[in-house]
Design a protein around this ligand. Structure first.
Ligand SMILES: [Ca+2]
Length: 194
């Protein structure tokens, strides 16, 4: 394992980020998308800041290498330079498919259409297409979020509408009663006999 770690350090040209996906998301959505969509640091993995390759200790490098060799789908990884969405991509499609998708970044959207990591109702693949953050439930296409929230709160809205109708109905009756009492007071009407 130490040999593998050393190899990684001696090969600074090893590609740790794949800008094809960022570029695709940006072009497709028309939104500014940075490396934070998949990586721990918004500037990407190259550097010495927290979440970047130069800051990793031996244990973190070990986790990085485990993620780098997770070639087949189904392997849970905990990469120190990826965020939960990046890890989920590796788990769902495997590193081998990620490398193949660099030539067809649109395929990632299809591959990630079954998970919704932030639970905002917009699937991860769609967030990738929309250029929104798949780990931020408050960051999503406004129209899609509105539709999702409408669906989630339809019972509340129904009860609110019912309460409003009943309230207006009751208010109408009260106003009619006041009107009638005013007519009685002015001698224009009479109270019903008991
Ligand atoms: Ca989502």
């Amino acid at each position: 394992m130490r040999g593998l770690v050393l190899t990684l350090w001696l090969l600074p040209s090893v590609a740790l980020a794949y800008p094809e996906f960022q570029k695709f998301s940006q072009v497709t959505s028309g939104r500014g998308v940075n490396c934070a969509m998949c990586h721990a640091h918004p500037d990407g993995p190259d550097g010495v800041k927290a979440g970047q390759i130069g800051s990793l200790d031996a244990a973190a490098l070990d986790r990085l290498n485990q993620a780098r060799i997770a070639f087949e789908p189904g392997l849970s990884v905990d990469s120190p330079i990826l965020n939960a969405f990046g890890d989920e991509i590796i788990k769902t499609v495997g590193k081998k498919a990620v490398l193949a998708m660099r030539a067809d970044p649109a395929a990632l959207a299809t591959a990630m259409i079954l998970t919704d990591l932030d639970g905002d109702g917009i699937m991860d693949g769609d967030e990738y297409l929309d250029g929104t953050h798949p780990l931020d439930p408050n960051h999503g296409d406004p129209w899609k979020l509105a539709v999702v929230n409408l669906g989630r709160h339809k019972l509340d809205l129904l009860l609110l509408a019912l309460a409003t109708v009943l309230g207006l109905y009751g208010l109408g009756h009260i106003l009619r009663w006041f009107g009638h009492e005013a007519d009685v007071a002015l001698g224009k009407g009479s109270r019903p006999k008991q």
